[in-house]
Write a protein that binds this ligand. Structure first.
Ligand code: SAM
Length: 246
């Protein structure tokens, strides 16, 4: 699966739209998007931009009509087919809000296909605002050139997450207590990387994870990483060894 470099960045702005895009389609933007394009980027009627809908690739669109709180785009032509991204999911125990936001932004840039908040015994965060995380993922996708958004799941308890795991998807468990080196473990194919909370997994949880189908404990080196660092380091290592950086 060859990488599709998104660099150098195109000078055109990129915008995610909820409406399905196709040749000649007319797209009504919401007030927030109209305000952003018109008042922040100062784009007016006739300006071109790149639009994507998370399914059909990327399109050139032109501003056909603009008002104070509304804007209409006319889709002109497709510039890219949807990219293929590695089938790797990131399951993480939510941490503080700013760090979780950062994790979602960076995991989107790195190409995670799905993000799964997993509640563990030592997870301190009670609430995860999915809408907020989706907005962060959209902004990251607009910036980094993705045409597909990561799926973001409702939070799930660790025991439910493990019950749903199966042998068809390798579960790479970042274990600060020790495990195999990523270079010896990561292999192409459906994968999910699981990273614990700031306080780590309990012994009971660690035993349950190790007993789950297709579970492999991996080490991320001799230093204890913060939870969000560990999640992104593991994802980057996966992309380099088994994903689309090869
Ligand atoms: N409180 C734990 C301790 O002191 O041992 C540290 C937990 S660490 C901050 C949060 C999570 O990041 C861990 O549960 C693990 O999944 C992952 N992690 C951090 N450093 C790691 C390493 N060197 N190898 C593997 N996983 C690591």
């Amino acid at each position: 699966m060859p990488a599709t470099p998104a660099w150098p960045p195109k000078s055109l702005s990129r915008l995610f739209v909820r409406q399905s895009l196709s040749d000649g389609a007319s797209v009504e933007l919401d007030a927030g998007q109209a305000n952003y394009l018109g008042n922040v980027l100062r784009l007016g009627v006739g300006a071109e931009l790149l639009a994507f809908d998370g399914a059909s690739g990327e399109w050139v669109a032109r501003i056909a009509d603009a008002g104070k709180k509304r804007m209409t785009l006319q889709v002109e032509r497709r510039t890219r087919e949807p990219e293929t991204i590695p089938d790797v999911w990131l399951a993480f125990a939510p941490v503080k809000r700013a760090q979780t936001d950062w994790l979602v932004e960076k995991a989107t840039e790195l190409g995670a296909a799905r993000l799964i908040p997993v509640m563990t015994q030592r997870t301190n965060t009670e609430r995860v605002k999915l809408e907020r995380l989706e907005a962060i993922a959209i902004e990251a996708a607009e910036q980094c050139g993705r045409t597909l958004l990561p799926a973001i799941d409702e939070p799930v308890r660790l025991d439910q997450f493990l019950r749903a795991s199966d042998t068809a998807r390798t579960l790479y468990f970042a274990d600060e207590g020790g495990g195999a080196a990523p270079a010896q473990s990561f292999a192409p194919g459906p994968a999910v990387i699981l990273v614990g909370p700031e306080g780590g997994f309990t012994d009971e949880e660690r035993d349950a994870i190790r007993a789950a189908p297709a579970s492999t404990a991996i080490s991320l080196g001799p230093r204890i990483l913060r939870a969000e660092t560990a999640a992104l380091a593991a994802l980057a290592a996966y992309m380099a060894l088994a994903g689309d950086w090869r």
